[in-house]
Design a protein around this ligand. Structure first.
Ligand code: SF4
Length: 117
């Protein structure tokens, strides 16, 4: 069924392990703006993600959980709308099983590079 399957919690892309020093931990409000349009605040949050050590893992987790746990906030440099649109495109093209396989492969690739644990 296109665009409506929810991956509630991806167990093939675990939640990124925070050290507590990531920008979204030290200034969480900045990652949950009132306005997700292209505001100065939103751009600042996205830019902060760009300099974060967890950005690849966080983005993958956010995309894998776009309609579940990651449906709010700036995550891995993306807005909820961007993640939801990505999720919709994925589900239009691929089965849930294939999506799971691809996320799992991406996560394994990140762990091999030392970008996820
Ligand atoms: S990439 Fe993820 S962990 Fe890093 S600041 Fe952005 S939302 Fe936080």
């Amino acid at each position: 069924m296109a665009g409506s399957t929810t991956i509630v919690e991806s167990n093939y892309v675990p939640v990124p392990r925070s050290t507590g020093s990531e920008p979204c931990r030290t200034n969480p409000d900045a990652f949950f703006p009132e306005d997700y349009n292209d505001t100065k605040e939103l751009r600042a949050a996205k830019q902060a993600c760009g300099g974060c050590n967890l950005k690849e893992w966080c983005l993958l987790w956010g995309l894998a959980n776009a309609t579940g746990l990651a449906k709010n906030g700036v995550i891995g440099g993306t807005t909820p709308k961007e993640r939801k649109a990505f999720d919709k495109r994925l589900h239009q093209r691929l089965s849930e099983e294939e999506i799971a396989r691809r996320f799992k492969r991406q996560y394994e690739a990140l762990t091999r590079k030392g970008l996820a644990q």
